[in-house]
Structure formats: structure tokens, C-alpha cells
Design a protein around this ligand. Structure first.
Ligand code: SUD
Ligand code: ADP
Length: 284
């Protein structure tokens, strides 16, 4: 039997860091939504007790470091499943980009194995398991649009923002999420983006309001380490994107665009800056 799952990328419409916790994680307030750029997973049941990961992408680990492997092992151990699985990952989301590609693969693995092995677990249970794998995994289990608090695992579902185009550009640099959080000084953040305000404009269906209230306090850290991310933001604004922000810890920058007629110009203009540019729809 084969099961297919789509694992979409997320963007952070706002991300605020409140303080560092005793466990080393940071207390955050984020509003996340999914975009139509997704990895594809094919899960095939194996009679023997093993987990095999394969992928067309040569640049991700295929062993126990892969988040899909970790998700499969976790659900298998927790529910005492004796059979195995082969998971093929068709990677389309850029890796280590601030788009939660690995987290979304882990979440899709939990959903897929729940079906393949007939476990009948509710989404909330998959989210609790997901939190053991990473802070963004619980959101990726259900997707949509949500306010995420705690270290990112406490979720309040929200309405989707008005549909728009999302142009994503990933510069060829590596950013470590742990390093970016490690450099945040929460008492030195001058402007905190407002989750409350973003919720209001989403509820009002205001695209202009969403663009005006984009904000991510991790930008300051990543932009200081990599000034080319700032240049990319400026290029996107100049090319006519309605709202521009770095996603998560970066380095991907996204631009929200309401008019399809503007998308090609922005996409083509950015291709001069970096190879990895995508023009997709927001997911509703
Ligand atoms: C920044 C965000 C925004 O959505 O996304 P990405 O840029 O990774 O996509 C997330 O908070 C990332 O979530 P995720 O990538 O799942 O992080 P985890 O694996 O849980 O943690 C990686 C490391 O980041 C730090 N970390 C993560 C989350 C958090 N609330 N506080 C932290 O300090 C910790 O040092 C942790 O060891
Ligand atoms: N299935 C996977 N897809 C992508 N990266 C993965 C996966 N499993 C493990 N990784 C590792 O996780 C790290 C973060 O990848 P990713 O989830 O794409 O980034 P981000 O959290 O910035 O969105 C990378 O260093 C990558 O090697």
C-alpha cells in the first residue's frame, strides 16, 4: 500500500521574541501561514521492521538525522508498530531556508503513517508528537494559518489572510536557527510587531493591513550577519512587492503581491540576485 502526502512550506507573517526561557528556548509570538510550495512524500509499507528514506535531493541527510526518519521512528516506537516504511521525499522546498521544509516533512510523515498504519490518532495527538521533533512541527501538522506561542507549539487557528501571490527568494547563504536565536537580546528589541494587530487585519480581510503589519524581530540578527538579505529586501520593494519580510530565521525573503500582473516583473528582477526564486499562491 502507498500513501501520498504534500508537505507545504510556511512563512511567518509576524514573529516576536518575548524572552529566553530557563530551558534555553525562546518564548515567541508568531503568525504563520502556508504557501503553495510543497515537498511530496510517498510512503510505502514494508513488511520488515525498518525505516528507509530516499530522495532525489542530494543535499539532505537520509539517515536518522532526517526529520522524516525521526518522525517515523517516534510514531513507530510510541505505538509499538512492528512493520516498517519506505519514505521517498521529492524535495521542492529550499533547505535551511526559514520555510520549515524539514518540519513539514516530519508533520507529513506523522499524518501519512497515521493513515498507513491505521492508528486513528487525532490531529492534536500528532501535534503533541510533533513537538518532540521541533518547535514548528505542530503547526505543520494542521497547517492553515495560526498564532503560535510558547516555543511555537501552542496554536490558535486563525482565518486565512486574503489570497495573494507570494514571491520567495533564497540567497545562497546558510543561516543556523540556533545561532540566530542565540544572538537575540529580547530586552534590546526596539519595535515589537503586534500579533493582536495582525489578527485584526486578517479577520478584517485587509491585504493592505497584512502588508503594513509584517514584522520579524529575527531580521535584525540575520541582516547584521548577512547584509545581502537586506539588499534582497530592498530589491523586492523596488520591484513593486506590496509587503516584504524575511521568513523565520531566514535567509529567505518573501514578498506579498496582490496583482498577478506584477509577479513576473518581480520574479525576473530577483533572478538577477539569486538562483532560488519561486512565485506561488498563498494557501487558503
Ligand atoms: C525560527 C522559526 C520560526 O518559525 O523557524 P525557521 O527559521 O527554523 O524555519 C522557528 O521558531 C524555529 O523552529 P524549528 O526550526 O522547529 O526549531 P527547533 O528545531 O525547535 O529548535 C532549533 C533551535 O532554535 C532555538 N529555538 C527554537 C525555537 C524557539 N522558540 N526558541 C529557540 O531558542 C533553540 O536553540 C533550538 O535548539
Ligand atoms: N526532510 C528534511 N528536509 C530538509 N532538511 C532536513 C530534513 N531532515 C533534516 N534536515 C536538516 O534540517 C536542517 C534545517 O532544514 P529545514 O527544515 O529545511 O530548515 P528551516 O528550519 O530553516 O526551515 C538542515 O540542516 C537539514 O540538513
Amino acid at each position: 500500500m502507498k500513501i501520498y502526502e504534500k508537505a507545504p512550506a510556511k512563512i511567518n507573517l509576524m514573529l516576536d521574541v518575548l524572552h529566553k526561557r530557563a530551558d534555553g528556548f525562546h518564548e515567541v509570538e508568531m503568525i504563520m501561514t502556508m504557501v503553495d510550495l510543497a515537498d511530496r512524500l510517498e510512503l510505502s509499507g514494508l513488511p520488515r521492521d525498518s525505516i528507509i528514506i530516499s530522495s532525489q535531493a542530494g543535499y539532505i541527510p537520509l539517515d536518522e538525522k532526517n526529520l522524516a526518519f525521526q518522525a517515523a521512528r517516534l510514531i513507530k516506537d510510541r505505538y509499538n508498530v512492528k512493520s516498517g516504511v519506505h519514505i521517498h521525499l521529492d524535495k521542492r522546498i529550499p533547505v535551511a531556508a526559514g520555510l520549515a521544509g524539514g518540519s513539514s516533512d516530519a508533520a507529513a510523515t506523522l499524518r501519512g503513517l497515521n493513515r498507513l498504519w491505521g492508528l486513528g490518532l487525532p490531529a492534536e495527538e500528532l501535534q503533541v508528537l510533533g513537538a518532540e521533533l521541533g518547535s514548528d512541527v505542530p503547526f505543520c501538522v494542521t497547517g492553515g494559518t495560526a498564532l503560535a506561542t510558547g516555543r511555537g507549539e501552542l496554536l490558535t487557528p486563525l482565518a486565512n489572510p486574503p489570497q495573494c501571490w507570494v514571491v520567495l527568494a533564497k540567497p545562497p547563504i546558510n543561516v543556523s536557527t540556533a545561532e540566530v536565536y542565540g544572538r537575540v537580546r529580547s530586552n534590546q528589541i526596539s519595535v515589537h510587531p503586534s500579533a493582536q494587530r495582525m489578527r485584526e487585519v486578517i479577520e478584517a480581510g485587509s491585504f493592505a493591513g497584512v502588508c503594513e503589519n509584517l514584522g520579524n524581530v529575527l531580521e535584525d540578527v540575520t541582516l547584521r550577519l548577512h547584509p545581502e538579505v537586506q539588499q534582497l529586501k530592498e530589491a523586492m520593494v523596488k520591484l513593486g512587492a506590496d509587503g516584504v519580510l524575511m521568513s523565520g530565521s531566514g535567509p529567505t525573503v518573501f514578498g506579498l503581491v496582490s496583482k498577478q500582473s506584477k509577479v513576473a516583473r518581480i520574479y525576473n528582477g530577483l533572478r538577477g540576485f539569486c538562483n532560488e526564486v519561486y512565485a506561488v499562491r498563498s494557501l487558503t
